[in-house]
Design a protein around this ligand. Structure first.
Ligand code: ADP
Ligand code: MG
Length: 366
């Protein structure tokens, strides 16, 4: 699959843009704040209906406008298809998604046009606390498995409601019955979430190690680390463990007024041997691990969807040494289309590289 052309109307700083693209590497270069990231963001939105950075679609419509349109033409050896998304952002959010003129939902979009976005901020996924790692896992899982997002949101709503009740239960035992009911939903939905996360991790951790070895030649391991303890048993075992754990920390939860265990408190542990990368990895190593997570995301999507995701690599080259750059670029030899941004027109060897100058709210192929 090749993203053969891209169409933006009133998206971010682009009033109107039509751009032809070719397989291989497309390098978008230009000064800061010219709209390079905005282009990759448009591609990601065409794949997932979400922005990798904006919280709200409202921010995506060009200033002074209330709607935007994005389009893509995708080619395969034997067919061409079209995606078109119209989003009205004001007064209320309304969206129309068409694949080949037929209404489509998010899972069909992801399956039709998988994309992976890597940003320099992905470093924080490796370096900071657990919430960005959970978000990474949740975002990937909800693209691999449409039922996951539903289960996760049921779980998260339950945590919110349960926390509110825990705060009241501190003062009186009249909430015990309500809490019991919520515990049951927490355990059911939480075990479903855990089950899907663990099932992904059983293949994903190997994919991260492989991609890290590919980029850097070194070893790194990744595993799921649960606030519930050892989750090697069946789904029933997980549910039982969850119930026991809640019973053992009941007093503490009531004191603190928050749900202290469950998938919302879990983490992915990333290590070099017995060293935690978060604490002991150099900045360069941490960056490469972040990139490996993204490339493993691409592999996981490819295995499920049977399509090579387009790699949207934002400002990556400033961060990588020569040999790692070459590794990343070599991915187009394996069939990935790569869209790359940079503030400089970095010299890249190869016949399958096209350069585009980004500036003055437009993009010009060189
Ligand atoms: N909704 C919007 N409408 C118009 N312009 C926008 C909007 N959102 C961001 N911009 C412009 O886009 C610029 C940033 O573009 P970006 O793609 O992040 O730049 P870079 O080329 O550095 O990656 C900002 O300086 C701002 O002027
Ligand atoms: Mg940018």
């Amino acid at each position: 699959m090749t993203l053969a052309s891209l169409y933006l109307h009133d998206f971010r700083n682009y009033a109107h843009l039509e751009l032809s693209l070719t397989p291989g590497v497309s390098l978008f270069f230009g000064k800061n704040a010219q709209g390079k990231t905005n282009l990759l963001e448009a591609c990601y939105y065409l794949s997932t209906l979400t922005s990798p950075r904006a919280e709200r679609d409202l921010d995506l419509a060009r200033w002074g406008t209330d709607r935007f349109t994005l389009g893509a033409r995708l080619t395969e050896p034997d067919q061409t298809s079209y995606i078109r998304i119209d989003t009205i952002v004001r007064p209320a959010l309304r969206r129309r998604v068409l694949i080949d003129d037929r209404p489509a939902k998010r899972p069909e979009l992801v399956a039709h046009f998988p994309c992976v976005y890597f940003s320099p901020d992905d470093l924080y996924m490796v370096k900071r606390g657990s919430s960005l790692r959970r978000r990474f896992l949740d975002s990937l899982l909800s693209r691999l498995d449409p039922g996951y997002a539903r289960e996760l949101s049921r779980y998260e709503d339950t945590v919110t409601r349960r926390n509110a009740i825990l705060k009241k239960a501190f003062m009186s035992s009249s909430w015990d019955k309500t809490l019991e009911g919520l515990d049951q939903i927490l355990i059911d939905s939480g075990s479903a979430v855990l089950n899907r996360r663990l099932s992904l991790m059983s293949t994903f951790s190997g994919q991260v190690s492989d991609t890290y070895r590919f980029i850097s030649g070194d070893e790194c391991s990744v595993s799921y680390s649960s606030s519930l303890g050892d989750l090697s048993g069946s789904r029933e075992d997980t549910a039982r463990l969850f119930r026991e754990k809640l019973a053992s920390i009941r007093a503490e939860e009531r004191n603190r007024g928050v749900t202290l265990v469950g998938p919302h408190r879990d983490d992915i542990s990333i290590t070099f041997g017995d060293k935690t990368v978060r604490y002991f990895g150099s900045q360069g190593e941490q960056r490469s691990v972040a990139l490996a997570l993204r490339l493993a995301e691409a592999r996981a999507l490819e295995e499920r969807l049977m399509r090579k995701p387009v790699l949207l690599l934002d400002d990556v080259f400033s961060e990588l040494d020569e040999s790692r750059r070459e590794k990343v670029l070599s991915l187009c030899d394996f069939g990935h289309q790569i869209l790359l941004t940079s503030t400089d027109p970095v010299p890249i060897a190869g016949s399958n590289v096209r350069m585009y100058a980004v500036g003055e709210d437009t993009v010009k192929p060189l």
